[in-house]
Design a protein around this ligand. Structure first.
Ligand SMILES: Cc1cc2nc3c(=O)[nH]c(=O)nc-3n(C[C@H](O)[C@H](O)[C@H](O)COP(=O)(O)O)c2cc1C
Length: 245
């Protein structure tokens, strides 16, 4: 184990924060740590909107759930997959951009994930904590309008950041044998292994300090995946210039 691996394995989402602010210089250092992540073909397709305006924060908190911590966190960032500046660069070089490819959507979205997770780990290394907010996609069109996002830019998720005012237990992950396969995809043992893992998760939920519940992992996942998943996403993305080819 290295200190970095220990830090990674201690991750847990933080949803309650102290009043201690994060100064702008620290935030910009975290942004640089995010930018340092690998980026597909050097495309650098992530733009972060730092939301300071308290009215916008309240509105986003409502649309996301409501999830009060979106308004309460010392910092709230929205990670946007952004192909707009690339369009500008193509214009500069008289090379009309072929936009709308699924490949571009994938690489821009991946860039956001890698950028954000670098930033999250950097934040955790400074004693900060945070939680991603996919709930923004409940009302993605309204979020895009509120933040004045142009075509070829879409909000992938938000991130609350601050100094933790809670100390939640680490959430147990799937056994390595389920997520690491040798040479081919063999899931013949997975159901049995996941049944054992279900007990671990049930125990975690039954005993955790931040609110208990009686639920296994497979129950949680099957409940979630037997419902529609934000069906407005495809038309929204297509209208914004993504996923058309
Ligand atoms: C892209 C993404 C979106 C998420 N959206 C939300 C959210 O809207 N609200 C929330 O409370 N947690 C959200 N989470 C946090 C997950 O619920 C959390 O990471 C997961 O349950 C594992 O818990 P842990 O982070 O404490 O290990 C999100 C996580 C990711 C990666």
């Amino acid at each position: 184990m290295t200190p970095v691996i220990e830090l990674l394995c201690q991750h847990r989402s933080i949803r309650k924060f102290t009043d201690q602010p994060i100064d702008q210089a620290t935030l910009e250092t975290l942004i640089q740590a995010g930018q340092a992540a690998a980026t597909s073909s050097f495309i650098q397709a992530c733009t972060v909107i730092q939301v300071n305006d308290s009215h916008k924060r309240e509105q986003l908190a409502q649309w996301a759930g409501p999830q009060a911590y979106v308004a309460e966190a010392p910092q709230f960032l929205v990670f946007c997959a952004d192909m707009k500046r690339h369009q500008l660069m193509c214009q500069i070089h008289d090379a009309p951009m072929e936009s709308g490819f699924t490949e571009q959507f994938l690489t821009a979205s991946l860039d956001c994930g890698l950028f954000a997770q670098n930033l999250m780990v950097a934040a955790e290394s400074l004693g900060l904590g945070g939680v991603y907010i996919g709930g923004l996609r409940n009302r993605i069109e309204a979020v895009a309008d509120l933040l004045e996002l142009p075509e070829l830019v879409y909000p992938v998720f938000g991130l609350c950041l601050g100094y933790p005012a809670q100390n939640p237990e680490v959430k147990p992950r799937l056994p390595v044998s389920v997520v690491l396969k040798q040479d081919r995809y063999d899931d013949s043992q997975d159901v049995a292994t996941i049944r054992e893992y279900d007990q671990v998760v049930r125990e975690y939920y039954a005993t955790r300090s931040g609110g208990t519940k009686d639920m296994s992992w497979s129950e949680q996942i099957s409940g979630m995946l037997s419902k529609e998943a934000r069906p407005h996403m495809l038309p929204f993305l297509q209208q914004r210039g993504f996923l058309n080819k």
